[in-house]
Design a protein around this ligand. Sequence first.
Ligand code: FMN
Length: 396
Amino acid sequence: MSEESKGCKVSGYEFYRSIGSPKYILAPMVDQSELAFRLLCKNHGTQLTYTPMFHSRVWVDHKEYRNRHWQVVAGEGPMFVQFCGNEPETVLEATRLCMELPHARDIVAAFDLNLGCPQRIAQRGRYGSYLMEEQDVIRRIVETMHRESEVPITCKVRIFPDVQHTLKYAEMLRDAGCQLLTVHGRTREQRGVKQGLADWDQIKMVREHIKDIPVIANGNIQTFEDVTKCMEYTGVDGIMSAVGLLENPALFSNQDDYDRAELALEYLDLTDRPNHNPPNVSYTKSHIFKVMLKEWMCFPDLRDAVQYSGTKEEMRKIIKEADSRKKERPDDWRTFYLNNFKETCQQRRQAKSSRKRKHNQQDTSDGNVEEQNTPTKIDKRDGSLVDGNVEQQTNE
Ligand SMILES: Cc1cc2nc3c(=O)[nH]c(=O)nc-3n(C[C@H](O)[C@H](O)[C@H](O)COP(=O)(O)O)c2cc1C
C-alpha cells in the first residue's frame, strides 16, 4: 500500500483476514443481490456479499436513487459495495456519500469497481468491461480510491483472450492499489449465445502471478463440488457465484438437495422487514422462479400461477402447493423430474436460440444477465429488468 493512502487502512491479506478470510462469496447482481437475497445466502453458508452494481454518477446526482437502493441491516457485513463509472472523482464521491448512509461504517468492508459488465449499455456508458481498452482511466480510479477512500478498493474483471494481457492487467490493478481481485474467467465477448465456459486456467495463472493480494475465482460454479474443484485447481482464496446461488442459495452449505420450498419461503419472510422497502415484486418472483426451477418445470400450472400472483401471500400458497404435490409422490419425484425436465430443457434451449437469433438480428441490447436465465418468461423478465435498471442508472 502506498504511504499516502488514507489512515490505517489495511491492505491485501491483512485486509482479507480482517474480514474473516471469506471463501464463499455472493456475486454482485443488479436487481438480484438485494438485501433479502443477501441475508438468505448468508443464512446458508455465504461468507461475503456484494450489493448490486450502482452507477456512480447517478448515485452522486440523485439522493432519491441512493435512498431507494441503500437497503441494508445492521450486522449484515462484511459487504462490498459495487460501483461502475469512468471518472475517479465521481467514483470517490459516490463512495463518500455511501459511507454517510445508515450502518455503512459497520458493514461496508470495501468498495468494488465493476470492470466486467459486457452489456451494450455499458459500452454506451463507457464502464464495466468497456474500460479494458482504457486502462489509464481504470488506473486513475483505483489509485484515487486507494489514496482517498476510507475502506479498501477491490476490482472485478473479465479476462482478455490472451492470458498475457490478463496478467499485465491484473498487475496494473494490484500496483494501482486494488486490494482484492475477482476474476470472472470469461472474456467480454463471452456473452449471450457465445457465453461458453469460464477459463479456470487463466484464473490459475492470475493466481500464480499475483501472490500478494487475495484472488477470487468466478464462473462455472453450479455445485459445491465445483467450489472445491475450482479452489483446488486454481489455488484461489475464494469462490464467487451468481447464477449457482440464484438457483440454490444454500450452494455454499454443501447441500445440493436443500429443500427448495423452505428456501423460497425463507426468502419471502426475509423480504418483510420493518422500516425497509420490500424488493420490487418482479425481483421477488424472479428469485422464486429460480430457487424452485425444477418444481415449476414439473408443475407448469403453478409456475403460471406464480407469474400472475400479485402478493407474497399468494406466492407462499403456491410454493406450499408445489411442495405438497412433490411430497405426495416422493418415490417417483426424481424420475418424474428427470423425464419432464429433460424434455423441457430441450424445448427451452431451442426457444432460447431462436430468441437470441431474433434478438441479435434486431441488434438491441444483450449481456451476461439474459444469457444466464432459463425459462422463457423468466428469461425475458430478467433481461428486461436488468436492462431497465441499468438504463435508469445510466440515464445521465
Ligand atoms: C442477474 C445478474 C445480474 C448481474 N449483475 C452484475 C453486477 O451488478 N455487477 C457485476 O459485476 N456482475 C454482475 N453480474 C455478473 C455476475 O456477478 C457473475 O460475474 C457472472 O454471472 C458469472 O458468474 P456465474 O457463472 O457464477 O453466474 C450479474 C449476473 C446476473 C446473472
